[in-house]
Ligand binder design. Structure first.
Ligand code: ADP
Length: 353
């Protein structure tokens, strides 16, 4: 064995990657990971040695530097690198380990983003909750007082009384959000309870019925007939749904199609429930898509660009996921998925309206 082989054998023994040194058609040295993968003896003909692993013999014939898959279901990448005029280093990289490593990096990155989104929510939340609590409480009281006086003096003003009811309903919703944000900033936990997603859709639509009528938007609902129960914080999840619906309404108003439609679909499938809010508005450009869930990115004249980032944080607090997809016929679709309780039987029947 010449000097290069001895040095290499020593160095190769220290490495995790599967490595072998070839001298022309002969195997010269192999390290322990390679020995475990493709057992062989120095001096053996490299073609015989490589025959035991699918695709490795072909990889040995490929040009230097080329990467070739080998092994059962191609889980290794084989590459040959020239060491000197005679010797070639063969390197087998475990693709599964590399992909696993990559996935861990992505998970860590997502974890960091999640933490920073949570911080955005709680910092913004405490400021807003503090500043808005008083005026919202005062508005609710004024509206209730006004409604009482109106009903006494003009009991037949049914339209005005109905409008005041709606106003009280909206303000109550706003104060619930504020209350919930205040609680969250203290506990840092969603206040979860069993809740029905079908009911949540109807409640959210109740809060937006005026906007839907004003914009003359058709609503297509595909909801299961029976309740879809999840463990969740009703105020937070309603906030998500209302944000998605308001975004769809904004898009349909800013660039109105001939027949504006919003579709809401709920499916309870396997381990999770998925809710989709889709519109046939203008859709979004790839540039907007790239920044969609980042705070403070908005294309609207008066937008703050916080809605989607907060929605994603709220869903992730429920161990769920929120994402976007482009619709083939144009427009946007936002999806969120929440885990379903393991034992609960879920309905399969659906109705379309
Ligand atoms: P904001 O509504 O304040 O802009 P969001 O975070 O809710 O903040 O939305 C960010 C951006 O995403 C919007 O400004 C808009 O460009 C885009 N967007 C969200 N939903 C839709 C939709 N349904 N159709 C078209 N664009 C949308």
């Amino acid at each position: 064995m010449n000097r290069i082989d001895a040095d290499l054998l020593h160095a190769l023994g220290e490495l995790d990657e599967a490595l072998a040194v070839l001298d022309g058609d002969t195997l010269v040295a192999l390290n322990a990971p390679m020995q475990a993968l493709v057992p062989g003896e120095p001096g053996q003909a490299s073609a015989d040695w490589a025959a035991s692993v699918l695709g490795l013999a072909t990889a040995l014939e490929a040009p230097l530097g080329a990467r070739q898959r080998c092994g059962v279901s191609g889980e290794y990448l084989a590459q040959r690198v020239a060491l000197d005029a005679r010797h070639v280093l063969l390197r087998l990289t475990d693709e599964r380990a590399r992909l696993h490593h990559l996935q861990r990096q992505l998970d860590d990155r997502e974890g960091l983003l999640f933490t920073s989104r949570s911080l955005t929510v709680s910092e913004m939340g405490s400021v807003l909750a503090h500043e808005l609590n008083q005026p919202i409480g005062a508005t609710a009281n004024l509206l209730r007082g006004l409604k009482l006086r109106l009903s006494r003096r003009h009991p037949d003003s049914t339209d005005e009384l109905a409008a005041l009811d709606k106003a009280v309903q909206q303000v109550t919703y706003a104060s619930q959000i504020i209350g919930r944000v205040r609680e969250y900033t203290q506990s840092r936990q969603p206040k979860t309870e069993p809740l029905d997603l079908v009911e949540l859709v109807h409640q959210s639509l109740g809060l937006l019925d005026w906007d839907l009528q004003r914009e003359a938007v058709q609503l297509h609902l595909r909801l299961p007939l029976a309740p879809v129960m999840v463990q969740g914080d009703a105020v937070m999840l309603q906030q998500v749904l209302i944000n998605l619906l308001r975004n769809a309404l904004d898009a349909l108003r800013l660039d109105r199609p001939a027949e504006p439609v919003i579709e809401i679909e709920l499916q309870a499938d396997g381990p999770r429930a998925e809710l989709r809010v889709a519109d046939n508005g203008p859709g979004i450009t790839p540039q907007t898509e790239a920044r969609l869930f980042l705070p403070f990115s908005s294309t609207k004249p008066n937008g703050m660009g916080l809605g989607l980032s907060i929605c994603r944080s709220l869903i992730e607090m429920h161990q769920g996921r929120l994402w976007f997809s482009r619709r083939d016929m144009g427009g946007c679709c936002f999806h969120f998925a929440l885990p379903l309780p393991v034992a609960a039987p879920q309905p399969t029947l659906e109705k379309t309206t």
